[in-house]
Design a binder for this molecule. Structure first.
Ligand SMILES: Nc1ncnc2c1ncn2[C@@H]1O[C@H](COP(=O)(O)OP(=O)(O)O)[C@@H](O)[C@H]1O
Ligand SMILES: [Mg+2]
Length: 237
C-alpha cells in the first residue's frame, strides 16, 4: 500500500531559515539569524538560552505578534510570514496562547472573570464556559479560587489561573515564556508538573522558554539558543 501513515506526527510548527532584524533609527539588531526548527504536534519542547539570544522574539513570531524579516514560519498550517494582519489575529485567537513570567492577570477581576475575558476576546460563547472548562480547572487545582482576585492568590495560583486563561480557547499551542521565573521552587515545580499533565492528558503542544535546566527537563526535548541561532549545548566550563 502507498500512503501508509507515518508514526511521526506532522510538525505543528515549522521554521525555515527564520530571520528577524529590529531596526531602531540607524541601529539594527539581528535577533534571529537563520532558525530552523520542527515541532511535532503534542511535543513539550523547552527552549533554553541566555538573555538576548532571541527566545522571546522567536515566540512572538510563532505567536503571530511580530512578523519575521525573512524565512518561513508555518504554524498550524498557516504561513505566518505571508499572512495578513487579520489572519495573524485569527491565529492568536484560535491556535496559540501565551503564558508570561509576570502572570499579566487583570488585577480588578476575579480568576473566573480573568478567564472569561479570554473567551470574550476570542469571540467564544460564555455560557458553555463552566462546563467546558471544568476539566481543565480540575487539572489546574484552582476550582476553589475562581472568585478570588489576583492579590488574594499566591504566585503559583496566579500562574495557574493565567494558564487556565490561556487554555480557555483550546489553543493547539501553548507558548510559555519563563512561566516559573517569578515563582519559588515549590510553586515552580507545581506549575511545571501542571504543564506536563496538560501535555500528557490533553496532548497540548507546549513550547516553554526557561533559563533553568531543571525546568527544561520537564519537557520531552530541549533546544539551545545563542546569538539568534539554535546551537548544540555548550559543554560545562
Ligand atoms: N522590539 C525590539 N526592538 C529592538 N530590539 C529588540 C526588540 N526586542 C528584542 N530586541 C533585541 O533582540 C535581541 C533578542 O531579544 P529577545 O528575543 O528578547 O531575547 P531573549 O528573550 O532570549 O532574552 C536582543 O539583542 C534584544 O535587545
Ligand atoms: Mg525573553
Amino acid at each position: 500500500m502507498s500512503n501508509v501513515s507515518s508514526a511521526v506526527p506532522e510538525p505543528i510548527i515549522q521554521l525555515r531559515d527564520l530571520r528577524k532584524v529590529y531596526k531602531t533609527g540607524k541601529v539594527s539588531v539581528e535577533a534571529l539569524r537563520g532558525v530552523n526548527l520542527d515541532v511535532p504536534k503534542g511535543e513539550f519542547l523547552s527552549v533554553v538560552g541566555p538573555s538576548g539570544s532571541g527566545k522571546s522574539t522567536l515566540f512572538h513570531i510563532v505567536g503571530g505578534l511580530t512578523p519575521p524579516t525573512s524565512g518561513q514560519v508555518i504554524v498550524g498550517g498557516v504561513d505566518v510570514g505571508k499572512a495578513s494582519d487579520a489572519k495573524r489575529t485569527e491565529l492568536r485567537r484560535t491556535t496559540v496562547a501565551f503564558v508570561f513570567q509576570k502572570f499579566n492577570l487583570l488585577p480588578n477581576l476575579t480568576a473566573r472573570d480573568n478567564i472569561r475575558t479570554a473567551l470574550y476576546i476570542a469571540g467564544r460563547p460564555l455560557d458553555k464556559f463552566e462546563k467546558e472548562l471544568s476539566n481543565v480547572l480540575d487539572l489546574l487545582g484552582i476550582g476553589g479560587r475562581l472568585d478570588h482576585r489576583p492579590t488574594e492568590m499566591s504566585g503559583g495560583e496566579q500562574q495557574r489561573v493565567a494558564i487556565a486563561r490561556a487554555l480557555a480557547t483550546a489553543p493547539a499551542i501553548l507558548l510559555a515564556d519563563e512561566p516559573t521565573g517569578n515563582l519559588d521552587s515549590t510553586n515552580s515545580r507545581a506549575v511545571l508538573n501542571l504543564l506536563r499533565d496538560l501535555n500528557e492528558r490533553l496532548g497540548q503542544t507546549i513550547l516553554m522558554i526557561t533559563h533553568n535546566d531543571e525546568a527544561a527537563a520537564f519537557g520531552h526535548r530541549t533546544v539551545h539558543m545563542r546569538d539568534g541561532q539554535i546551537v548544540e549545548p555548550l559543554g560545562r566550563s
